[in-house]
Design a protein around this ligand. Sequence first.
Ligand SMILES: [Fe+2]
Ligand SMILES: [Fe+2]
Length: 180
Amino acid sequence: MVLPIGPLMIEHRLIERMISVMAKEIERIQSTDTVNPKFIDTAVDFIRIYADQCHHGKEEKILFRDLKKKNLKPDDQRIMNELINEHVHGRDLTGRLVAAKKKYELGDKAALEEIVNIMNQLVNFYPKHIEKEDKVFFKSAMKYFNQTEKDAMLEEEYEFDKQFIHVVYKNIVTQAEQNL
Ligand SMILES: [Fe+2]
Ligand SMILES: [Fe+2]
């Protein structure tokens, strides 16, 4: 029996792999004193598209949405608010990383420290966020739903994923049209 938190926990494992690569890239940046902007582009794309739109998307638009309809215990409510705020914080850090990378590309070498600092924050923050969901929140969250509700959520997650690539590329085309 697959629970709606099943796919989310599988996605956490891929996010952790990217975070590990980012941690190694921080060491490389520091030992060579150079930034590889292409790596930053790849990491930002992964965080924005996969971790935020796809993964946080399912958490916020399906799991958290349904939890908001329940009478949550104060602790669960508090943790859910923290998780939502952490998603916002992740978006903010990612935006700042993009800005710092642009500065570096324009020749501002001081942006290297800023890039390292922001990447460090992402590398430190994401595993803690994931652990809070995996080990604490997800298990408590499942107690609020009966089997029919859990099945409906899982089905909606599958449907979300099925549509996802089309949404992503539609956005890319729309963006390209606007940049003409
Ligand atoms: Fe999350
Ligand atoms: Fe998550």
